[in-house]
Design a protein around this ligand. Structure first.
Ligand SMILES: *Cc1c(COP(=O)(O)O)cnc(C)c1O
Length: 349
């Protein structure tokens, strides 16, 4: 093997997908970006398999691609943009539901010609990302004839408790125009309570991460040991010829920047604190080294230098068990930013 491999325990993964779908009436799976590591087409197939008729994507490009493989409705999450020719094309597509977040765009859409565009109207929430504010929402009443309003969308922050806000924005929207409420990032308990009061087909929940990546034990990511070289303390290795700090081995692992190895999510407060501690105590991090996501002999190992495009040099000290060329090693990556060389299903044994 070379590269980075995502292995799916297909039976367990699909059991989890089924369980989430069963306990979430109105579930709308989200497939966008790198397809959460699985690939967009693969996710579209899984949605079909679950018997769901609606799939949400991020961009017009993704919608154009998936409408060829998915038979049901496709929702575009990013707000509609009049200057994007693909978005304009999709607004005329009866399979596609667009999201509208600016008042001016309603006028443009109403005058596009052809079938009435199918739209979701985005409400501004404390996210302050996209959407109509409380005053602007009123204007939607006048658009209801020119457009097919499929619902209101309410996208809430992930942190904090926004149950009250979800309810208040939803009530305001439905007082203006009675249409289903499409929520994002509302905890399942809150959502099911809202869905119950709204009645059948009154609520939808868009979900990506918890659905696709929720059963972490069904998923594993591995890389291959490509080469191993013994090295003495003070000897140098890599492009940058840095000396190593103790005796051990240079282990060349498959996977590099092209796979998303070494890409970090923007720092959280906690890791900034950890870095400060490391700096204060003069740890390896303070010496400009970074912990790699490769786990060898039970521990994450340090990068000898920043990862290369398709391989990475990591250091394994003499006291640890040195892996052999060809060994498969667990790697921790964020599936939403990783590029896998292969996705394999481990079928039921
Ligand atoms: C990406 C996205 C989602 C899905 O987010 P997850 O955290 O992956 O579940 C839901 N709603 C909107 C509007 C999004 O853009």
């Amino acid at each position: 093997m070379t590269g980075l491999t995502l292995t799916i325990d297909e039976t367990r993964w699909r059991d989890h997908l089924r369980a989430v779908a069963d306990r979430t009436p109105g579930l709308v799976p989200v497939a966008k970006g790198n397809g959460y590591g699985f690939g967009l087409e693969r996710l579209a197939d899984e949605v079909t398999r679950l018997g769901l008729r609606t799939l949400a994507v991020g961009t017009p490009t993704e919608a154009a691609r998936l409408r060829e493989v998915f038979d049901g409705d496709i929702v575009v999450l990013l707000p509609w943009e009049a200057n994007d020719p693909e978005a304009v094309r999709l607004a005329r597509d009866p399979k596609v539901i667009i999201t509208v977040a600016r008042l001016n765009d309603f006028e443009v859409l109403a005058n596009l010609g052809g079938d009435r565009p199918r739209v979701l109207v985005e409400c501004l929430t404390s996210m302050k990302r996209h959407g109509l504010d409380a005053d602007e929402m009123q204007a939607v009443v006048h658009m209801a004839d020119a457009l097919q309003v499929e619902g209101w969308t309410i996208h809430l922050p992930v942190s904090g408790d926004h149950a009250t806000e979800a309810e208040a924005v939803g009530r305001r929207a439905r007082d203006i125009l009675s249409a289903p409420l499409w929520f994002s990032h509302v905890p399942l308990g809150v959502y099911t309570r809202l869905a119950e009061t709204l009645g059948p087909d009154g609520a939808r929940l868009r979900m990506g991460t918890d659905l696709w990546l929720g059963a972490s034990s069904a998923l594993s990511v591995t890389a291959t040991v490509l080469d191993v070289h013994p090295i003495k303390r003070g000897e140098r290795a890599g492009y940058h010829q840095r000396p190593v700090w103790t005796d051990g081995s240079v282990v060349v692992m498959s996977g590099g920047t092209a796979n998303g190895i070494g890409l970090e999510a923007p720092t959280s407060a906690k890791s900034a604190r950890q870095r400060a501690i490391s700096l204060a105590t003069g740890g390896l991090e303070a010496a400009g080294l970074a912990l790699s996501p490769y786990e060898i002999d039970g521990a994450k190992r340090w990068f000898i230098e920043p990862p290369h495009m398709q391989s990475s040099l990591v250091f394994v000290p003499a006291k640890a068990k040195v892996p052999s060329v060809g060994d498969e090693i667990p790697v921790s990556v964020r599936n939403t930013i990783a590029t896998f060389d292969r996705v394999v299903d481990r079928p039921e044994v």
